[in-house]
Design a protein around this ligand. Structure first.
Ligand code: SAH
Length: 266
């Protein structure tokens, strides 16, 4: 394969979990790899595409569980390439969004190992698709902000709440479930109306997907009571306000469409 010689690395976006949401290029690279270093969030259906005999190495991290640290991962992928492997570093969603891609690109380049990136569908896009909604809305949500609510272990979460509390923006919050209380409190304190719509999607694109709609002041309660322990993305903003649902209910998705639980009184 001309774009994947032995001794090179591809950082590949695995998308949100549904193998059908892989790009054709990602699928081709997965099939051609001799070793795949993958995250916890890469769906099993995606790994099934690897050729027989491909070495699969789990290097993932889910909060709280033991995992390989970033420096170790950087070292592992570079060493494999130097030994002549075709290395796929498979990451959930898009490698360039909260995916530590820079560290791995730097490590490979420092070692003189060719490395390229194959983009993937990010969790916020999959979540919006599952909700049958748009992340932007003409005149109402002119800006889309990707933000992570994950702080380094032992450090407080420091965010520019004033900048985030923009009534004309949609916020896509990654790793935000544990910070639901803080998000709600700080965004309201910074001026976002308590009634601002919030949608949460857990395990977007997977058969275990759950969607939930609520409002900013009820977010902590909703996050606590209604979600499991899968990855979830929070979408916050006026653009998320529920619209006519009839058309959406008829869209076939391969599994039963569940009307989102609505805690909203508006
Ligand atoms: N690179 C990834 C994000 C990695 S950070 C991407 O582009 O999607 C991990 C966070 O992504 C999770 O905590 C969660 O907030 C979100 N996430 C990843 N997969 C998800 C999924 N299938 N459903 C909902 N959220 C998901």
């Amino acid at each position: 394969m001309t774009d994947f010689p032995a001794g090179s690395i591809w950082l590949v976006g695995a998308g949100p979990g549904d193998p059908d949401l892989l790009t054709r290029k990602a699928e081709r690279l997965i099939r051609a790899a001799s070793v795949i270093f993958h995250d916890a969030l890469v769906g099993p259906g995606v790994l099934d595409l690897a050729a027989p005999g491909t070495r699969l190495v789990h290097v993932g991290k889910r909060s709280g569980r033991h995992s390989k640290d970033q420096a170790t991962i950087d070292k592992l992928i570079v060493e494999a390439a130097l030994q002549g492997d075709r290395v796929v570093r498979l990451k959930g969603g898009d490698p360039a969004i909260f995916g530590r891609a820079t560290e791995e690109l730097d490590a490979a380049r420092a070692a003189g190992v060719p490395i390229s990136v194959c983009p993937g569908i990010t969790a916020a896009s999959a979540a919006a698709a599952s909700l049958g909604t748009s992340l932007t809305l003409r005149g109402l949500a002119r800006k889309l902000t990707f933000v992570t609510a994950h702080a380094r272990a032992g450090e407080p979460l420091v965010l520019d709440w004033q900048a985030l509390a923009d009534p004309q923006a949609t916020l896509a919050v990654y790793m935000g479930k544990a910070a639901a209380g803080l998000l709600s409190r700080e965004l309201i304190a910074a001026g976002l109306p308590a009634s601002t719509p919030v949608a949460m999607v857990e395990n977007a694109s997977l058969p275990t997907e759950r969607t939930l709609r609520t409002r900013l002041d009820l977010l902590p309660l909703a996050a606590q009571s209604a979600l499991g322990d899968g990855p979830a993305v929070l979408l916050i903003g006026e653009g998320l306000r529920e619209r006519e649902q009839k058309a959406l209910a008829s869209v076939g998705k391969g599994f039963a469409y569940q009307r989102p639980v609505s805690l909203s009184s508006s």
